[in-house]
Every structure is written in C-alpha cells, then in structure tokens.
Design a protein around this ligand. Structure first.
Ligand code: THU
Length: 148
C-alpha cells in the first residue's frame, strides 16, 4: 500500500510524509483559485484516493449565498468524476491562524468516502497546522454502513 512508510533511496522522508506534504501543497495552490467574492475567504482541498490519484477543489460562492460550494465538495466531485471513490487522505487549507477545519456538512461528505482513521491535514497559507482523524472531527458518526 502506498501509504506504508518506505525509506527511499537517498531520502529518509516516508511516502506518507511525501503524500502529506504534496496534499497540503495542492490544497494551498488550488485555494488561490477559489471564487469567494462574498466571504472573501478562500478555501482549498486536496484528496489522495485509492488509485493513488490526487484531486483538488476550491470553494465557489454564488450571489444567491446558500448555494455556494465548499472546497471539500468540489474536490470530492473531482474524485468521483475520475473514478475514485475512497479518500485515503485529505488536506484543507484556509488563510489565517484559526484552524480551517471542514464545516459540519463537509465532515459528513468526507465520511461517505473515508474510513474513520483517514487523516485530515489542516493548514493555512504558510504551513500545516494540525492533523486530525475523521473520527476526531466526526465522532459517533452515521455512514453508509448504517443503512445496510
Ligand atoms: N468553506 C469551505 O469551502 N469549506 C469548509 O469546510 C468551510 C467553509 C467556504 C464556504 C464559503 O465559501 C467560505 O468558506 C466562508 O464560509
């Protein structure tokens, strides 16, 4: 499995560290593309899926405020459109020192496609601030298996 730590030739960074840093970089980069003229709060999200592919998304607001899209929802759309359906790790970024943790709705959106131990890498424009598991952000959650 790609996430298993490996010692690379001449490089002691583990694969999981590589994925973590790459995910964070991708989220930070796509954050700049956000369409957020109303809140002025740009958010980026990047997913690493079960096929080893990365998918990114940003928030897209609308003049009819409630129908805006969160960055996580955009990244999940990109994953589904590329035949991915398992989130192995996800990063979410937003500006400032307060943690840009996924909103309640997005925690549930992530839950649909992720195991409870999936890392959610939260960062700002400068650095990774904290890594949570999905279970930490959404304890006692309801998911697809509740319906079967
Ligand atoms: N936002 C996200 O994109 N993801 C979240 O998890 C939190 C909030 C966006 C929605 C809106 O465009 C802006 O941030 C301010 O709430």
């Amino acid at each position: 499995m790609l996430l298993v730590s490996l010692t690379l030739k001449n490089n002691f960074m583990s694969v999981s560290d590589l994925i973590k840093n790459k995910l964070y970089d991708k989220a930070k980069t796509v954050m700049e593309k956000a369409y957020a003229p109303y809140s002025k709060f740009k958010v980026g999200a990047a997913i690493f899926d079960e096929n080893g592919k990365y998918h990114v998304g940003c928030n897209i607001e609308n003049s009819a405020y409630p129908i805006g899209n969160c960055a996580e929802a955009s990244a999940i759309s990109a994953m589904i459109a590329s035949n991915g359906n398992k989130i192995i790790a996800i990063s979410v970024t937003g500006y400032g020192n307060l943690l840009c943790t996924p909103c309640g709705g997005c925690r549930q959106r992530i839950r649909e496609f992720a195991s409870l131990n999936v890392p959610i890498i939260v960062g700002n424009e400068k650095e990774i601030k904290k890594i949570f598991t999905l279970e930490e952000l959404l304890p006692y959650s309801f998911g697809p298996e509740n319906l079967v």
